[in-house]
Design a protein around this ligand. Structure first.
Ligand code: GNR
Ligand code: NI
Length: 167
């Protein structure tokens, strides 16, 4: 097991587009273990492989309060979306800053599990937000891309300011 380093804005590698996983062997299982360790250490609800400089379509999630319900989503596709929600989001790659993002309220996902088995998943509320946020990462899209220019500039200035204070 190893803790992975999380890329932070403005690292250009956060803009890479991840490729589908085709091999569900030992190497993937090792990546998943390391991603879960990193997710819990960073206290996140989700982590996309792109954030740890692994450009494959892999997401790990735990939205539970007791942090004991890990699952992974590999090669996900949204097959249905319904309604809208507008909720605060943060991102481990943008430490300490938050803003509201509009997302679909409910989604149905088709994905593969760690053995490569296909499954479908219905999600709403935080899980739906988180899955859409993580799937964006796999395409090099960041939550700030969904904000107005004004709100994005304000958030990025705040990020710079908080970095100078902790440097
Ligand atoms: O830990 C996280 N919390 C969060 C809260 C609201 C909406 C999305 C998220 S995802 C974020 C972890 C992260 O950056 N994943 O890419
Ligand atoms: Ni994120």
């Amino acid at each position: 097991m190893a803790l992975l380093k999380v890329l932070e804005h403005p690292d250009k590698r956060l803009r890479n587009k991840a490729v589908p996983v085709t091999n569900f062997g030992a190497e993937l299982q090792a990546i998943l273990n390391d991603m879960f360790e990193t997710l819990y250490k960073e206290d996140g609800v989700g982590l996309a492989a792109t954030q740890v400089n692994i450009h494959q379509r892999i997401i790990v999630i735990d939205v539970s309060d007791d942090r004991k319900s890990p699952f992974c989503v590999i090669n996900p596709e949204i097959i249905a979306r319904e309604g809208k929600q507008y909720e605060y989001e943060g991102c481990i790659s943008f430490p300490g800053v938050y803003d509201k993002v509009e997302r679909a309220g409910k989604i149905r996902l088709r994905a593969q599990d760690q053995q490569g088995q296909f499954f479908e998943l219905d999600a709403d509320a935080l899980l739906a937000t988180c899955l859409q946020h993580e799937m964006d990462h796999l395409d090099g899209i960041l939550f700030v891309d969904h904000l107005s220019r004004l709100r994005r500039d304000r958030l990025l200035r705040k990020l710079e300011k908080s970095r100078k204070q902790t440097a």
